[in-house]
Design a protein around this ligand. Structure first.
Ligand code: 5GP
Ligand code: MN
Length: 335
């Protein structure tokens, strides 16, 4: 993978570009992709943004979001766009499987693949150009730096700023996590100078749920959360019936895994949801517990040190039991 800066001299030659992200995109995946799309369009590129799956309603306000294609819903059109693309930007994911059904199409693509990402252990051999920086707060921060260093910083307008702010805000837990460095705050200052209304973006992302989601949250915290004080850990287990009962949709479970971390002494929180095809895991930690390694070792996943995800093809009961065994195995790291 060659340094991404090597594409700077080619930026002024308009190309057919596809930008894609990880499945079930979060604000960083969608925000960094739409921020990059807005920037490249101003330089005259023909840009198509494709999400491997659908996305939550709280992302729909983002400038450019209404033109994003859903690979699962428009497979043929998306395959065509990937086939024709000269550049394919892959944002906010480290491994091809994170694009789910779109992976085969990306693998066959003839265009130049370019990675911008901050997840651990990226598959760099798959990309011709790119940048992978694990310590970065967000892919949005990396896109910001890419634009600022490109010689076209004047093309970073308000719409791009809104998208990038959403990404960095979400991935830093609203500037709470240790990754919210001085340079993150300097980035925000720069976005503010370009007209960003940060309160508005926060409201769009966090104050846009329906009543059912809050009722669901109450139910889950009361009835589905187990605390293992011995291991400073917590587990939330969500059966399919709960998702149906509360009419839960993509995005409604976002942030749920963080709640147990607000209990004094809890170092690691896990959430498992019974999705149709698999049991989807989320892990979050404080301090010195490595979620990435834990997710890789026990649940076919990965991510970051303090936030990772994974999956299982076992039943909900079996995979929850496996979690309880796993925390016993890593007990020394949790105490
Ligand atoms: P979440 O729990 O929100 O799904 O994911 C937490 C973090 O881990 C996100 O940065 C997400 O991109 C990453 N992540 C989630 N699932 C996986 C996975 O299966 N593999 C890898 N490598 N990263 C994941
Ligand atoms: Mn991210």
């Amino acid at each position: 993978m060659k340094p991404i800066q090597e594409i700077y001299p080619q930026l002024t030659t308009p190309r057919k570009v596809v930008i894609t992200m990880h499945q079930k995109p979060d604000p960083d995946a969608m925000g960094s992709s739409l921020g990059m799309a807005g920037f490249l369009r101003q330089l005259g590129h023909l840009v198509t943004v494709i999400s491997p799956t659908n996305w939550p309603d709280f992302l729909k306000w983002m400038p450019g979001c209404k033109d994003v294609m859903d690979y699962e819903a428009q497979r043929e059109k998306c395959d065509q766009a990937v086939f024709e693309a000269e550049w394919i930007f892959c944002l906010d994911f480290n491994a091809l499987y994170r694009t789910k059904n779109m992976a085969a199409s990306l693998e066959k693509a003839k265009g130049v693949r370019i990675l911008i990402d901050h997840h651990e252990e990226p598959q760099t051999h798959f990309f011709q150009y790119g940048i992978s920086m694990i310590p970065k707060s967000s892919t949005a921060e990396m896109v910001f730096e890419f634009i600022m260093g490109s010689g076209h910083a004047d093309k970073l307008g308000l719409e791009v700023a809104q998208c990038l702010y959403a990404g960095v805000m979400a991935d830093t837990g609203s500037f709470r996590f240790p990754v919210a460095t001085a340079s993150v705050h300097e980035m925000v200052a720069e976005l503010k100078k370009r007209g960003l209304n940060h309160s508005k973006v926060h409201e769009e992302i966090y104050d846009n749920y329906l009543e059912n989601r809050l009722r669901f949250l109450g139910h889950v915290l009361l009835n589905r959360m187990e605390i293992f004080y011995e291991y400073n850990s917590a587990l939330i287990t969500i059966p399919k019936g709960d998702l149906l009962r509360f009419n839960i949709r993509t995005g409604d479970t976002e942030g749920l895994v963080n709640y147990p971390l607000s209990i004094k002494g809890i170092k690691m929180a896990a959430l498992v949801i019974d999705r149709d095809e698999e049991r989807k895991w989320s892990f979050r930690s404080k301090d010195e517990f490595d979620c990435n390694t834990f997710a890789r070792r026990y649940f076919e996943g990965g991510g970051h040190y303090n936030a990772a995800g994974g999956r299982s093809s076992d039943t909900l009961e079996v995979t929850a039991k496996k979690f309880k065994q796993s925390i016993q195995e890593v007990a020394d790291q949790l105490k």
